[in-house]
Design a protein around this ligand. Structure first.
Ligand code: HEC
Length: 181
């Protein structure tokens, strides 16, 4: 009367074809779920990547152009500060870097045309509301680079440092009012 525990439970014999077709149906459901997940995953990744970088799609890409021009400026400007603060002082090299900076100082401004305040711009609306002040800050910046070039020729580190700090102040003064942080 007791079931024989040593005897495996009787299973109905399945046709291999039936069994295969059941598995296939289950697999299709699983594949579909995975597919949906993958589409969702890819969309999410795409959206996240898109958040950081809004593409400038306007003809001529004025916003991208001016941002690239500022990036070029900072590429010259930053190593000069590094050299002054903690690098090996090399007056000749500094002079070459100052010359390189001077060649880049005029690049951004032509790309601040009317009606170019749109994403991905980091400019404040003030650029277009206070054009005289923007122009004034720009001129002060250009003049500060003239002074830096003059100082670089003296090869006197103390004078050069002062001139470098003045350029830095000119960047900061303009950014305070005209660049979003
Ligand atoms: C007369 C104003 C002005 C001066 C001077 C100025 N900037 Fe800017 N800068 C801006 C504005 C406005 C933006 C925002 C541009 C935009 O995204 O539309 C900007 C953006 C930048 C950016 C960001 C670029 C990007 O890809 O988003 C960097 C870096 C930068 N400036 C560095 C500098 C440095 C370094 C100096 C000085 C050596 C300097 N700027 C001087 C106005 C100025």
């Amino acid at each position: 009367m007791f079931p024989n525990l040593n005897q495996p439970a009787q299973r109905p014999r399945r046709s291999p074809y039936n069994s295969a077709s059941r598995t296939t149906a289950a697999q299709i459901v699983t594949m579909f779920k995975h597919f949906k997940f993958r589409v969702f995953f890819l969309l999410t990744v795409g959206l996240l990547a898109g958040c950081g970088e809004v593409e400038d799609t306007r003809p001529g890409q004025p916003v991208k152009q001016r941002q690239m021009a500022f990036k070029e400026i900072v590429k010259s400007f930053e190593p000069m500060g590094v050299m002054l603060r903690k690098g090996t002082w090399d007056a000749e090299k500094f002079q070459r870097m100052a010359d390189a900076l001077a060649t880049k100082r005029d690049a951004p401004w032509a790309h601040f045309g009317p009606d170019t305040d749109y994403p991905p711009s980091k400019s404040t609306p003030e650029v277009w509301k206070q054009p005289e002040q923007f122009e004034k800050d720009k001129k002060a910046f250009l003049a500060s680079i003239d002074a830096l070039l003059t100082a670089a020729q003296t090869k006197d580190k103390a004078q050069i440092e002062k001139a470098y700090d003045a350029v830095h102040d000119a960047c900061k003064t303009c950014h305070k009012q005209f660049k979003e942080r």
